[in-house]
Design a protein around this ligand. Structure first.
Ligand code: GDP
Ligand code: ZN
Length: 353
């Protein structure tokens, strides 16, 4: 397999130069199970573990990552020396007993993130909006896939109101059963580009990949791995090469999008913003016109970036709206929107940030 077909580009080549002399090779991670990684490159498929220290959770290799590896072609093993810088990364908050402990990279170097939602589920525009908000910093193109259309005939109204909320994000109606929408998904993926399917379990991510692969193929097939002691283990390949030369990453065993479990911990994710808020002079400060507002000061001095504050407000808005019953939601939503607008206007008045 040549590297370009796996998504290699000068961006990675440049970062890899420092390692070339020392006999390392670049490989792309296609699966991992715990600390055992499987990756492919010019000389085939290898598996092994990391041999470097991770300062943070985000330094661990993820599926889609390009790693710097020393391979042993004799027995198919390798060890990982480093992870090359990522073009894009989709992360989720990692919680420990409800407390935010860091960002974990779910998939790396993805060109298109397909947010898959099951039309047979309890549909919530707010939830989809949060998924989009979570996916936006990844740097990948975002596409919403509403799957299982065969189970749900009447989606028009929902789709129309959702499109208003998510702005220009493409929405695909699909069915892994009837094949609806699969070509449209593929149209976002050219040769050597990488897509990743995210969404809670049961929405049909694996079934969609299998349907795209077509029948008869060994689908989300097993890969043989050799652990450090040479034993064979098997795991599911997560990065799959499609017939058109594009790649798709499945994210099996991802119970939530990261946000579901993190909802209560949203405040934990915005510890920095909330620490600043506690310094406002008034406890009920709205951070708009009040004197002694620490948020305004932090925004003005650049200690708090406007983008970070905006994303905090967005989360707050959704949480607030959701905490009300259906009956009041639309009223609350417009009220909250007005409050957001006032904050937005006061943000605009500030010069830097
Ligand atoms: P994943 O956890 O997101 O990978 O979901 P799976 O691919 O395992 O699918 C979960 C279940 O939904 C399976 O029983 C699938 O057969 C079913 N499923 C997936 N896609 C569709 C679809 O488009 N229509 C219908 N009716 N069922 C589907
Ligand atoms: Zn304030």
């Amino acid at each position: 397999m040549d590297l370009e077909s796996l998504g290699w580009s000068p961006f990675f080549g440049e970062a890899f130069e420092a390692y070339r002399e020392a006999g390392f090779v670049p490989l792309r991670v296609v699966a991992h199970q715990g600390n055992l990684y499987t990756a492919i490159g010019e000389d085939g498929e290898f598996s092994g573990r990391m041999r470097y220290e991770c300062a943070q959770m985000g330094d661990f290799p993820a599926v889609g990552d390009w790693i710097v590896a020393k391979i042993n072609p004799e027995n198919g093993t390798m060890f990982i020396r480093a992870v090359l810088p990522r073009r894009t990364k989709f992360t989720r908050a990692r919680l420990n007993k409800g407390a935010y402990v860091g960002e974990q990279v779910v998939s790396a170097n993805v060109d298109v993130l397909f947010i898959v939602i099951g039309l047979d589920q309890d549909l919530s525009i707010g939830r989809i909006q949060r998924y989009v908000a979570q996916a936006t910093p990844s740097g990948a193109e975002i596409v919403i896939v509403l799957n299982k259309s065969d189970l749900c005939k009447d989606t028009d109204e929902f789709v129309v109101s959702m499109k208003e909320v998510v702005g220009g994000v493409p929405v695909i109606i699909s069915s892994a059963m009837t094949g609806e929408g699969l070509d449209e998904m593929l149209s976002h993926l050219e040769r050597a580009s990488t897509g990743s399917l995210v969404g809670i379990s049961g929405v049909g991510k694996s079934t969609l990949i299998n349907a795209i692969l077509g029948d008869g193929q060994l689908k989300t097939g097993e890969v043989r791995e050799h652990d450090s002691k040479g034993r064979h283990t098997t795991t599911h390949r997560q990065l799959i090469i499609l017939p058109n030369g594009a790649m798709l990453i499945d994210n099996p065993g991802m119970r939530g999008m990261g946000l579901d479990g993190a909802e209560e911990a949203v405040s934990g994710m915005y510890e920095d913003v909330e620490a600043i808020m506690r310094q406002c002079k008034f406890r009920n400060c709205q951070h708009v016109t009040e004197p002694g507002c620490a948020i305004k000061d932090a925004l003005a001095s650049g200690t708090l970036s406007k983008d970070r504050y905006r994303s905090y407000l967005q989360f707050q808005k959704e949480l607030l709206v959701r905490s009300y019953g259906k009956k009041y939601r639309s009223r609350i939503r417009s009220e909250v929107s007005r409050a957001m607008k006032r904050r937005e206007e006061s943000l605009k008045k500030m010069r830097n940030g």
